[in-house]
Design a protein around this ligand. Structure first.
Ligand code: ADP
Ligand code: MG
Length: 236
């Protein structure tokens, strides 16, 4: 058996799509710049998790991706580090609006993603701000006005701020829908669709979900273009 097949079988990785690149099974294989490798090393990580190993090379090809994997599998860095690489290639003036947009279902998850982005992106001088409900808009708007390369947001609050015309999504070229199944369960589909209408069609879109029911398939079919699908384990 080829090493690629052995690795995929051992970690229950299944892939669907055209010419899916082999997994990057060690950090040294990723080609990530030294400042990012240093952060990964400082965090004490010894190897990419299976979802990282298989989704990084796909994301680094600027392709759309649907990743289906359960929680705790390392999905956050699965999309954040390729997002950092995307920013290196095409960072816009943060004052015009974010280049990377991450949608997340809850305040708690959104702030965790921001923490991870700050921790791993600091040495690359990447700025990140977070927008979520259940807190006053004022401080969030003030931070937004300072400019951010990455915005992490819950769909409800981002939609409110869009309606106030206090953010432009016209510079977004890397869009992540994290925990897509949970966002749909929470009734965020209309807000997600309104938000995506404000994002240019020429973009890379990454969707992460723990389950793969037909509502998620439908929104994936509407928002992603010829995605590579990566499944880890027996999630369906
Ligand atoms: P998920 O989004 O799939 O639920 P997270 O991205 O929140 O998972 O990651 C879960 C935990 O694993 C976090 O504490 C994260 O820092 C850690 N982690 C991420 N990548 C690695 C890795 N390659 N090796 C070890 N731990 C990792
Ligand atoms: Mg997560």
């Amino acid at each position: 058996v080829l090493p690629v097949e052995a690795y995929r079988r051992r970690h229950e990785i299944t892939v669907t799509g055209d010419e899916v690149p082999p997994p990057l099974t060690s950090f040294e294989d990723t080609g990530f710049p030294s400042e990012i490798l240093r952060e990964v090393h400082n965090a004490g990580f010894s190897a990419p998790t299976p979802i990282q190993a298989q989704s990084w090379p796909v994301a680094l090809q600027s392709r759309d991706i649907v990743a289906i994997a359960k929680t705790g599998s390392g999905k956050t860095l699965g999309y954040l580090i390729p997002g950092f690489m995307h920013l290196k290639r095409c960072r816009n003036d943060a004052q015009l609006g974010p280049t990377v947009l991450v949608l997340s279902p809850t305040r708690e998850l959104a702030t965790q993603i921001q923490d991870e982005a700050v921790k791993f992106g600091k040495s690359s001088r990447i700025s990140c701000t977070c927008l979520y409900g259940g807190a006053p808009k004022g401080p969030q708007l003030k931070e937004l006005d300072r400019g951010a390369d990455i915005v992490v947001a819950t769909p409800g609050r981002l939609n409110d701020i869009l309606e106030m015309r206090r953010i432009s999504l016209s510079q977004v070229s890397y869009l992540v829908l994290d925990e897509a199944d949970r966002m749909l369960d929470m009734g965020f589909e209309p807000q997600i669709r309104k938000i995506v209408k404000e994002v240019p069609a020429r973009r890379q879109t990454l969707m992460y979900t723990a389950t793969w029911p037909k509502e998620v398939r439908k929104i994936a079919a509407d928002l992603l273009v010829n995605p590579v699908q990566v499944n880890i384990g027996n999630v369906d």
